[in-house]
Ligand binder design. Structure first.
Ligand code: UDX
Ligand code: UDX
Length: 461
């Protein structure tokens, strides 16, 4: 079966860029991305491509090429499903906040709602593709909902049949477009060979066949959780060693370089920092922990839980050491925070380490001046709430504005522009003795020291 129309439910960080690249690489396929959120769809349709709701380098050009040609953004979910040969589910699946599995299990209400909508509106044969990261065996739920709607049309309705595939997304925010255009691999899980080949045929228009891996459904779902757990584990591992480096006089950059030269270990994901953020790592590990607990594998659950615990510890540790260096108190002191996004080249702040570190400092009574090149003040407000009082922090428009009268500057996101800051100009605006805390190892430490700043860099003993 060759696919001619695709519908994607969920126009977020995953659905939007993924569908844009599919449309770009498959001019013969009409792709419609639908979302319940009218404001989000309006932003995707904004003639000004700098106003797309997701900031990703290169995304504006791809959307500019395809939008209106074979890429469409709409809130009309039902007709888009009815017209589709293939429906991607790319809705959010946050960690449950209440009920059974609260704090660990994923909240599947939107996946279920989407599956029900597909069951009701689909026509003919429809391939349903799980794109959202999901707990293992979710495909079973989706399949059960769809099966209940399946019929031969004898009862008067149109005949409909379904196949369910798992096709996890491995793109990282900030590099989503190159990750989608040249993926290390595409993973397709399923038990219906025709459906698998139909989806492989879509990716096959730009991905070499040997990079398209076919597995059973459960392997595919579990591979996504495992990949993210292993990546996050490397970060917690290097952050644990960073703390030991600081205590002993070793330098974590030298250690990371030395171990990364071992081809069995590899050099990637060994950057010590303020801990991992983003919508996936913590959620996926907690999912794994929940799953292991469910199957009685309590030691395995505890093993993965420790990766998340170390991450939170690292964030609190950084806030604590800032307070310690500033003579044990930050009450009433102004601190400049550079970077709020969970990593560079994205406007996403979900689980950003900056949130926890800023909250800790606000609780200690600090006044924060926060600058991020892409995160709007309203988003910072959502994330920080009223910790420390409404006037305890402000968003500012430049690093220079942030450091006015500050006792310290903290680098919490590795935006490239922070690598070339003019430290003599910035230091002149600060109250002495002034500190630089570089949690991302991005600034020119020599220049900062020459400007008279005391410096701390993560993992530097
Ligand atoms: C989400 C999941 O969090 C992640 O696990 C998965 O791998 C991919 O999908 P992301 O795209 O980053 O990631 O989420 P988000 O940016 O929140 O986008 C989801 C969109 O789905 C939102 O725009 C939301 O409005 C929409 N949605 C949600 C629907 O259109 N219908 C629903 O029923 C629920
Ligand atoms: C991750 C996975 O990489 C991706 O394959 C999956 O589809 C979604 O989850 P993402 O969260 O977008 O992607 O970004 P990633 O580059 O993995 O970074 C996650 C966090 O880890 C960021 O906060 C980043 O700053 C941090 N990180 C990453 C480190 O602290 N050190 C590193 O060496 C690498």
């Amino acid at each position: 079966m060759s696919i001619r129309t695709i519908c994607c439910i969920g126009a977020g960080y995953v659905g939007g860029p993924t569908m844009a690249v599919i449309a770009d690489r498959c001019p013969g396929i009409q792709v419609t991305v639908v979302d319940l959120n009218q404001a989000r769809i309006d932003a995707w349709n904004d003639p000004d491509l700098s106003k797309l709701p997701v900031y990703e380098p290169g995304l504006d050009a791809v959307v500019g090429r395809c939008r209106g040609r074979n890429l469409h953004f709409s809130t009309a979910v039902e007709p888009a499903i009815a017209a589709a040969d293939m429906v991607f589910l790319s809705v959010n699946t946050p960690t449950k906040t209440k009920g059974v599995g609260a704090g660990q299990a994923s909240d599947l209400r939107w996946i279920e709602a989407s599956a029900r909508q597909v069951a009701a509106c689909a026509q003919g044969h429809t391939i349903v593709v799980e794109k959202s990261t999901l707990p293992v065996r979710t495909a079973e739920t989706v399949q059960a909902i769809l099966s209940a709607a399946q019929g031969d049309g004898a009862s008067g309705g149109s005949p409909k049949t379904f196949a369910v595939l798992s096709n996890p997304e491995f793109l990282a925010e900030g590099t989503a477009i190159p990750d989608l255009e040249q993926p290390d691999r595409v993973l397709i899980g399923g038990d219906d060979p025709a459906a698998i080949e139909a989806l492989a045929g879509v990716y096959g228009q730009w991905v070499p066949n040997d990079r398209i891996l076919r597995t059973n459904l459960w392997s595919s779902e579990l591979s996504k959780l495992t990949a993210n757990a292993f990546l996050a584990q490397r970060i917690s591992s290097i952050n644990s060693i960073a703390a030991l480096c600081e205590a002993t006089g070793a330098d974590v950059q030298e250690v990371a370089h030395a171990i990364g030269a071992d081809s069995r270990l590899g050099s990637k994901f060994l950057k010590a920092g303020p801990g991992f953020g983003g919508s996936c790592f913590q959620k996926d590990i907690l999912n794994l922990v929940y799953l292991c607990g469910h199957y009685g594998l309590h030691e395995v659950a505890a093993y993965w839980q420790s990766v998340v615990e170390l991450n939170g510890w690292q964030q609190h540790r950084i806030a604590r050491l800032v307070v310690q260096r500033l003579f044990g108190t930050v009450t009433g002191k102004r601190l400049a925070v550079l970077g709020f996004a969970f990593k560079a080249d994205t406007n996403d702040t979900r689980e950003a380490p900056a949130i926890r570190i800023c909250r800790d400092l606000l609780e200690e009574g600090a006044q924060l001046a926060i600058y991020d090149p892409k995160v709007p003040a309203s988003q910072m407000g959502n994330d920080l709430g009223h910790v420390g009082g409404v006037d305890a922090w402000q968003a500012v428009g430049s690093p220079l504005a942030a450091v006015q009268g500050a006792d310290a500057v903290l680098i919490l996101t590795e935006w490239l522009c922070f690598a070339s800051l003019d430290w003599s100009q910035l230091a002149a605006q600060m109250r002495k003795p002034a500190w630089l805390f570089d949690a991302r190892s991005i600034v020119d430490l020599q220049a900062a020291k020459s400007a008279g700043l005391n410096v701390w860099r993560v993992g530097m003993g």
